[in-house]
Design a protein around this ligand. Structure first.
Ligand SMILES: [Zn+2]
Length: 287
């Protein structure tokens, strides 16, 4: 999966650091992130030194244009805290956060996805939602603080259940009704306030395909910064023998049973969903 780094680790403890010229800068324009492509076709991001050469009149929100976010595999990442423009150097291009999932550049894509999650949180919490005053960053930890009313705002992560519903030798695969989705995925949904993850699994399956489940078992979780989620993967079995689907057409375009030999989805080494589908295909799902 995308967070399984080829070496090193993600050190995301907050520190107040000043950017050095070789540090990486994550520059964002609307929902797109700035990259360039190396000669071997892998992705790269600009360094502070490069950004300083062409940033010109780029605007930023706060007193300082850069904010340290984390260290990934010994490289320090900073966010550009504002709106980036197309650099004069044409080697650079913007790519949407949703498309940042290239297996050849998986480690950098994970950095970009995680920085995007943090960027969205910083962007959306410049003002206190309780009293409307301008917030400031806390010195010691990753927290936006309102100096007027004391409101403490921590990074927001939305837990979502990824659900592999099985029935003997069959797995339920679905296509979302939202957007122009062509790939099959698993059933999925956000965990509501006041419910457990396991309750969310049972509720989502009932809502989306009208079926009851049993033997709900946890598999793995995955940070999915593109949409600010923590995906939590569960396998579960159909309760009973009637596997007739009653589709919630607001959520899903289709939901069908597929046998192990007939799975129309391949593991891309990126997402928890794909790994869980592969596990079932190979008969290795947790029992
Ligand atoms: Zn406030």
């Amino acid at each position: 999966m995308i967070q399984d780094l080829s070496y090193g680790s993600l050190d995301n403890q907050y520190r107040y650091l000043q950017p050095q010229e070789d540090d990486i800068v994550v520059c964002i324009q609307s929902n797109r992130i700035l990259f360039r492509r190396n000669e071997d076709n892998t992705l790269a991001m600009p360094t502070v030194k490069q950004v300083e050469q062409w940033r010109g009149s780029w605007e930023y929100w706060l007193e300082e244009p850069y904010r340290y976010v984390f260290t990934l595999q010994d490289r320090r990442f900073f966010l550009w805290l504002g709106k980036a423009e197309q650099p004069e150097d044409e080697a650079y291009f913007f790519m949407t956060a949703r498309d940042v999932r290239e297996p050849e550049s998986r480690d950098l894509c994970f950095g970009a996805m995680t920085a995007w999650h943090l960027y969205c949180w910083y962007r959306d919490n410049r003002i206190c939602g309780r009293c409307g005053h301008k917030t400031v960053h806390d010195y010691k930890e990753r927290m936006m603080l309102c100096p007027e009313c004391g409101n403490m705002i921590f990074p927001r992560i939305s837990p979502a259940a990824i659900i592999a519903l099985t029935h003997g030798d069959k797995l339920m695969l679905a296509k979302s009704a939202v957007g122009n989705v062509t790939r099959y995925g698993l059933l999925a949904g956000f965990i509501e306030i006041g419910e457990t993850a396991e309750e969310a699994v049972a509720r989502e399956v009932l809502e989306e395909v009208g079926l009851k489940v049993k033997n709900i078992r946890y598999y793995k979780s995955q940070p999915w910064g593109i949409v600010g989620n923590l995906s939590i993967g569960y396998f579960c079995d159909l309760d009973g023998d009637d596997d007739t689907v009653t589709l919630d057409t607001n959520e899903l375009a289709s939901a069908e049973w597929f046998s192990r030999d007939d799975i129309p989805a391949k593991d891309d080494g990126i997402s928890l969903t794909r790994e869980m589908i592969r596990l079932f295909e190979e008969g290795k799902e947790p029992k």
